[in-house]
Write a protein that binds this ligand. Sequence first.
Ligand code: C2E
Ligand code: MG
Ligand code: MG
Ligand code: MG
Length: 291
Amino acid sequence: RAARNAKDVVRGYAPAMGQVFLRRFQLVTQFRQALDTGQVEVHYQPKVALPGRQVVGAEALVRWWHPEYGRLDPDEFVPVVEATGLVDALTSFVMERALIKVREWMDRDLRMSVAVNLSVRNLNDESFPDRVSEALLRHDVPPELLTFELTESSVMEEPERSMPVLRRLHALGVVLAVDDFGTGYSSLAYLRTLPVDEVKIDKSFVLGMGTDLSDMAVVRTIVELGHSLDLVVVAEGVEDDAARDQLVGMRCDIAQGYLISRPLPEDRFEAWLQARTVKARGPKSETVLTL
Ligand code: C2E
Ligand code: MG
Ligand code: MG
Ligand code: MG
């Protein structure tokens, strides 16, 4: 009887597991071609200074339009791609797009930065800072308009390898941000040791703020901690006015979230910007939100 149950379990389970593995395998083998054939797109989500309305930059977020599976979000395929050397190609792809974008904005007198998410592999790659430096020169973009977002856990994996890479990136003058702060190993002592300029409060706390007092306390604490370390504090997952108002009250510096805009494909992001660009007096234009 037990044997039969076990057999049923195996029978019922094996095809499902097989499908999961098959799909992961497909994603790995197809990703290179997907990059080359335009299936992979970079979307942009604005970052807005608080309490004002100025758009200070955008985060680049990748999407894959898979011919069989439809739209894939990064949480599904980035971890798979990260397990292979292909993540270098992903990061280069996103960074290239992002730098082209910043250059276009500069040419239109828009001073906006772009943020690119790094994976642990980039942080442990000692040739990465040289590639970044080369790309900045080639696109004629000043380093302070490029931000890299990294999670603490990606630094923690092999700190003796990632710290020198981080220091060299920082020495180039690019902005370094700790993403998803508050999850994982977050600690004051640890944050102090990282050569970073910005801390992004994980969206789970920001989303919970309205209903959960402990989430509110975490957000408030991270804002204060960040400021005491001279960091720019960004809140992600800002979905409503109440959250925005609370963040303003806490003196949080920058907000990102669906309240302002979802991540948008390039053309729609440009239209979004256009609708909110107010020509300032004088030769320079300035992007101002006119909500
Ligand atoms: P992340 O860097 O923390 O990006 C923020 C995520 O929160 C994005 O999910 C964004 O769409 C979502 N988000 C923004 N505002 C709100 C909001 O108000 N409410 C809610 N519920 N969600 C919001 P997305 O685009 O699915 O990306 C997921 C993760 O995938 C990113 O988290 C990042 O870790 C990773 N990722 C995205 N693009 C890249 C990339 O080019 N390279 C690497 N290595 N990782 C990437
Ligand atoms: Mg990020
Ligand atoms: Mg995050
Ligand atoms: Mg994340």
